[in-house]
Design a protein around this ligand. Sequence first.
Ligand SMILES: Nc1ncnc2c1ncn2[C@@H]1O[C@H](COP(=O)(O)OP(=O)(O)OP(=O)(O)O)[C@@H](O)[C@H]1O
Ligand SMILES: [Mg+2]
Length: 299
Amino acid sequence: MTAAATATLRAAPSPAAAAPPVPRRRPEPPAVHADVAATALLQVQGVSLEYRTPEHVVRATHQVSFDVHQAERFVLLGPSGCGKSTLLKAIAGFIPPAEGQIHLDGRRVQGPGPDRIVVFQEFDQLPPWKTVKQNVMFPLLASRTLGRRDAEDRALHWLDRVGLSRFADVHPHQLSGGMKQRVAIARALAMQPRVLLMDEPFAALDALTRRRMQEELLALWEELRFTLLFVTHSIEEALVVGSRIALLSPHPGRMRAEINSHGFDLASQGSPEFQATAQRIHHLLFDAPPHGADGDHPQ
Ligand SMILES: Nc1ncnc2c1ncn2[C@@H]1O[C@H](COP(=O)(O)OP(=O)(O)OP(=O)(O)O)[C@@H](O)[C@H]1O
Ligand SMILES: [Mg+2]
């Protein structure tokens, strides 16, 4: 971890220590896929996703399968339009699969839930009429995870973790793009999701801020070991952020390959191994023979 990465991250109790006591819940029904849940936190099995318009069915992904394990940094990498955002939305529970299944902790994903929180690319993901602190508190209150006082404590804790304590009472329009993304990350981590979903969260930032944010995200992960599913179309970002990378073919997205990238970090950028792996990914993404699938077809 670099000095810059640690500079904005204060010493603080672990999220488990910061968390309130877990309320007793009624026992869950038996898991449908208890056998696979023992190994994978998130299971995406043969998932095809479609958008239906009056004239067309647009197939965004075709029979995509992958597993994400606890504390992995799993990256979905592919060209624009290959269905990365659509996959993330399906995992978040916003889009039902046309084919296949998604399981989290052995339970089928059938809608959104506080166990999956998404950080988007857009800076306007923070309601502008709420202060920074209120933005972080909002999902905690809306999901009834915490009462107001505990939610405020938790929000201040996470704002401190991303170096924004001084900005708790300002409104989002007073923040830079990088600061807004830090608020979105604080808001997501405050919910302590089973998996943190990030859809090109740094793509709209300038190169220096983007690198800094990558450092900070990795520093947070180093300490907290949350499970991350990160979408990007940058090969370099995938290698730096990911411990494993799924390569998706152009539209409609299919699994092309999986690459182990846990040996790379920001410091290895530019090394011969890093460059060679980036080249290999480039060939796999763009030079592989076309599969001939027609993504869109009439209704
Ligand atoms: N609301 C929609 N209605 C119809 N088609 C859509 C809709 N949203 C996305 N699509 C189509 O689904 C396909 C996948 O889109 P998606 O946004 O998931 O791609 P992506 O990989 O995230 O691309 P990018 O890197 O540009 O964000 C594209 O062909 C896109 O045109
Ligand atoms: Mg997208």
